[in-house]
Write a protein that binds this ligand. Structure first.
Ligand code: PPS
Length: 287
């Protein structure tokens, strides 16, 4: 029931990119700037969390009630009328902080001789991603853009076939993992953010050349914890047509155990996790 357009080889939900040709032109002609920062993930891997974190890093720990999509716009949403006037990323003054779910191969990179912008990639264990993605897309179904099938087949859809937005989890994560040592890429994991947020905030701030005092790191850690962010959920609502849904749900590691049957788990291990074996990319599935 979910509807997609193909944009440069990626499946993107119609409500995100109602005009695929326009989005494809925006991506292909995107002029990167040296100060640009992209938070990139496969969906449901901690994007909003890092959007809020880098915004606070750039704003010395300020906490605001302004919607996150106004502060850190979503590249793929930029041709959608839903976002109205703040959609034109080309007009955003530097430093531009942006969110994207694009694969490494098509994310804007600018000319090879130009100064390089920065990418913060977050990967999350794919079992929890499947559960989070399922709940989110089911919540979209009520207004005609989501998934209304059963849970049992969803994990396989998003890992094996090309029937969910932003294609397959494996291809996405492994495409970025190959660039984890590039000087302008910081590859982080959701589970590490959960384990030790202050050190990940410090690492991110240093990567962005914005070293912060311990006081500000502590403030950001508190404000960007799940409890801190859920104090004002209106900042993280996604608006689709007349409806809205929240991106913050449970915010834990290991929720997959409440939904994966032993059979599904076995199949998932065999068909999905075997594909990352030998790449040295590893995940915590519980903390
Ligand atoms: S989206 O729609 O793709 O941009 O979603 P994304 O932001 O990538 O992922 C949503 C999941 O991240 C969880 N989240 C957090 N977890 C812990 N701490 C904080 N501060 C936090 N903020 C967001 C959010 O709850 C979604 O995961 P689930 O498992 O569904 O709760």
């Amino acid at each position: 029931s979910e509807k997609y357009f193909d944009v440069l080889g990626m499946k993107i939900p119609v409500f995100v990119a109602p005009n695929p040709k326009l989005l494809s032109d925006v991506i292909s002609n995107f002029q990167t700037r040296a100060e640009d920062v992209f938070v990139v993930t496969y969906p449901k891997s901690g994007t909003i969390w890092m959007q809020e974190t880098i915004w606070q890093i750039y704003n010395n720990g300020e906490n605001t009630s302004k919607n996150i999509f106004e502060r850190v716009p979503f590249l793929e949403f930029s041709t959608s009328p839903i976002l109205g006037e703040f959609a034109d990323i080309a007009k955003v003054p530097s430093p531009r902080l942006m969110k994207s779910h694009l694969s490494y191969s098509i994310i804007p990179k600018g000319s090879s001789d130009g100064a390089k912008c920065k990418y913060i990639y977050i990967a999350r264990n794919p079992k929890d991603v499947a559960v989070s993605y399922f709940h989110f897309t089911v919540s979209l179904a009520s207004f005609g853009n989501g998934y209304n099938g059963p849970w049992e087949i969803f994990p396989m859809l998003y890992c094996i076939s090309l029937t969910v937005g932003w294609n397959k989890w494996n291809d996405h994560v492994l495409g970025w993992w190959k660039h984890k040592d590039d000087p302008n890429v910081l590859f982080l994991k959701y589970e590490d953010l959960k384990k030790d947020l202050p050190s990940q905030v410090r690492l991110t701030a240093n990567f962005l050349n914005k070293p912060l005092s311990e006081d500000i790191i502590n403030r950001i850690t508190e404000q960007c914890s799940f409890n801190g962010m859920t104090k004002d959920l209106s900042r993280y609502m996604v608006h689709v047509n007349e409806s809205q849904t929240s991106i913050l749900r449970k915010g834990v590691v290991g929720d997959w155990k409440n939904s994966f049957t032993p059979e599904l788990n076995e199949r998932f291990e065999k068909e999905v996790l075997s594909k990352i074996e030998g790449t040295r990319l590893e995940f915590d599935f519980e903390l």
